[in-house]
Design a protein around this ligand. Structure first.
Ligand code: AMP
Length: 188
């Protein structure tokens, strides 16, 4: 299955993506993880995007789209993928749709994690204490939520029109959210 996870940071998207990837036996493709790995390895891409991530801004679309296409072209992603953190705006969504439709691998479901801004901010601040991520400063968190609201949340409408949107109540325990997702996807 080809699945996209849409939701604000702090919605538990990453945790659920990993669980689902294991359950379905498909790779978890997180653009945030890929950028963080590039930064840690000091690759040319990492050096280029570090300041962008630290500020909570979006990496330019051309770089991000190319990265995702390359990753989804890998042999392990042919039978499916869980895409986490991409697309984040209309240009990315349209590029992805066009590419996947063109190669006959359309998206099956877009899981939309629904959570209030307050709870999302609370969870991100808690994670900042626990993990010490460089982009979990209050300013970067606020900027990421703003970008989510302005550029990413409108994609719900885009996928609703395509008939692939699946709402997920993210304000529940990890197990309960996971069970809800599996039931919605597999009809169990
Ligand atoms: P995440 O781990 O998904 O919260 O992503 C961390 C950071 O990586 C974001 O704040 C952006 O700077 C960058 N990033 C991740 N995914 C994308 C994307 N699809 N487009 C642009 N930038 C991204």
């Amino acid at each position: 299955m080809n699945i996209i996870l849409l939701g604000p940071q702090g919605s538990g998207k990453g945790t659920q993506a990993k669980l689902l990837a294991t359950e379905l036996g498909v790779p978890h493709v997180s653009t945030g993880d890929m950028f963080r790995a590039a930064i840690a390895d000091q690759t040319p891409l990492g050096v280029r995007v570090k300041a962008v991530l630290d500020a909570g801004e979006l990496v330019p679309d051309d770089l991000t789209i190319a990265l995702v296409q390359e990753r989804l072209s890998g042999p392990d992603a042919v039978s499916g993928f869980i895409l986490d953190g991409f697309p984040r705006n209309r240009a990315q969504a349209e590029a992805l749709d066009q590419w996947l439709d063109g190669i006959g691998r359309p998206v099956d479901a877009v899981l939309c994690f629904e959570l209030s801004n307050d709870v999302a901010t609370e969870r991100m601040l808690a994670r900042a204490d626990a993990e010490g991520r460089a982009d979990d400063t209050p300013e970067a968190i606020a900027r990421r939520l703003e970008i989510y609201r302005d550029q990413t949340a409108p994609l719900q409408e885009h996928y609703r029109k395509r008939g692939t949107l699946v709402p997920v109540d993210a304000d529940d325990s990890i197990d309960a959210v996971h069970a809800g997702i599996v039931a919605a996807l597999l009809g169990t």
